[in-house]
Design a protein around this ligand. Sequence first.
Ligand SMILES: NC(=O)c1ccc[n+]([C@@H]2O[C@H](COP(=O)([O-])OP(=O)(O)OC[C@H]3O[C@@H](n4cnc5c(N)ncnc54)[C@H](OP(=O)(O)O)[C@@H]3O)[C@@H](O)[C@H]2O)c1
Length: 305
Amino acid sequence: MRKIKLGSSTLEVPVVAVGCMRINSLDKTEAERFVQTALEEGANFFDHADIYGGGTCEEIFADAVHMNATVREQMILQSKCGIRPGMFDFSKEHILNSVDNILKRLKTDYLDVLLLHRPDALVEPEEVAEAFDQLESSGKVRHFGVSNQNPMQIQLLKKVVKQPIVVNQLQLSITNANMISNGINVNMENNSAVNRDGSVLDFCRLHDITIQPWSPFQYGFFEGVFLGNDKFPELNSKIDEIAEKYNVSNTTIAVAWLLRHPANMQPVIGTMNIERLKDCIKAADIRLSREEWYEIYRAAGNILP
Ligand SMILES: NC(=O)c1ccc[n+]([C@@H]2O[C@H](COP(=O)([O-])OP(=O)(O)OC[C@H]3O[C@@H](n4cnc5c(N)ncnc54)[C@H](OP(=O)(O)O)[C@@H]3O)[C@@H](O)[C@H]2O)c1
C-alpha cells in the first residue's frame, strides 16, 4: 500500500490505518483471518486504545496475530491512554502505568506510537514531559502524539515536551467535516464558518503533524454509517456515480475523499469486514479530481460561500 511519513518522523506508514476498537465483535478465527488479511494487503498499521473493549481488544489482537518477536517486527502498533471512567488523566503515574498494561496486553515490549486519547482539563505538561522522557529512554515508546486536541493544547504540551508530536487523531468524515468547511467559509455568517477546533487542520499541516481521521464512515457521534443511508440521498448518489466511474465500491470512494486532501491524512478505518477492508485499501491507489472532491463535499450538504 502507498506509504507516508508519520508527522515529522522518518517512520513510514501505510496511508490507511486499521482501527481495532471493534475487534471484540469477532470470534478467534474471524479475528485471525481479519488481521492476517490486513497484513497480506500491506495494512500493517494497527490503532488501539487501552479502553477498547475494556482492554480486551488489545488482548484479542495479540492472540489473533500469535504475537512474538518476528510477528511484532512486521507491524506498526499505536495505542492510546488517558481516558478513565468519569475523567481524563494525563498524570505521569497514569500514563506510565497505562503503557505497562498496554504492552502486557499486546504481548510486546514497545509501542511504535503512543497517543494521549482526549484532552485532560487538569493536564500538567511537565508531568507529560517526564512520562514521555521515561517511556522514550526505556524504549517502551518510539513516537508520541495526541488525539482530539486543538492547536493551543498541542502548543501547551510542546512548551515542555521535547519529543515531536507526530499525530493528532481527530473525528473527520465527509459528513463530519467542520474542520474543512470552516476554512472554506472564513468570516461568513453561516454555521459552517464556526471554528470549533482552532484551525486544527492548518495547524497540523504547518507543524507536520499527521491527522488520523477517526470514524471515517460515521455521521454524528457514532450515529451510523452515511453510506447507503437514506438520510443522505444526494451524497450517496454522487458517491455511487463516482464509484461506478472508477469501477470501485462506495467504501473506496469515501476513503479516497479523505486521502485526496493534501494534508496527507491517514484515515483510521473501523470495519471488521474483510471485503470492506480491501475496499478501503484500494482507495490508496485512487486520486480523485478536484472537481470530484468538491462535488462530494457539496453533496454532503457542506456549503461554499
Ligand atoms: N481517537 C478517538 O477518540 C477515536 C474514537 C473512535 C474511534 N477511534 C478509532 O477509529 C477507528 C474507526 O472508528 P469507527 O469504527 O467508528 O469508524 P468507521 O470506519 O467510520 O465505522 C466502522 C463501522 O461502520 C460499519 N460499516 C457499515 N457499513 C460500512 C461501509 N460501507 N463501510 C465501512 N464501514 C461500514 C462497520 O461495520 P463492518 O465491520 O460490518 O464493516 C463498522 O461497524 C476505531 O477502530 C478506533 O481505532 C478513535
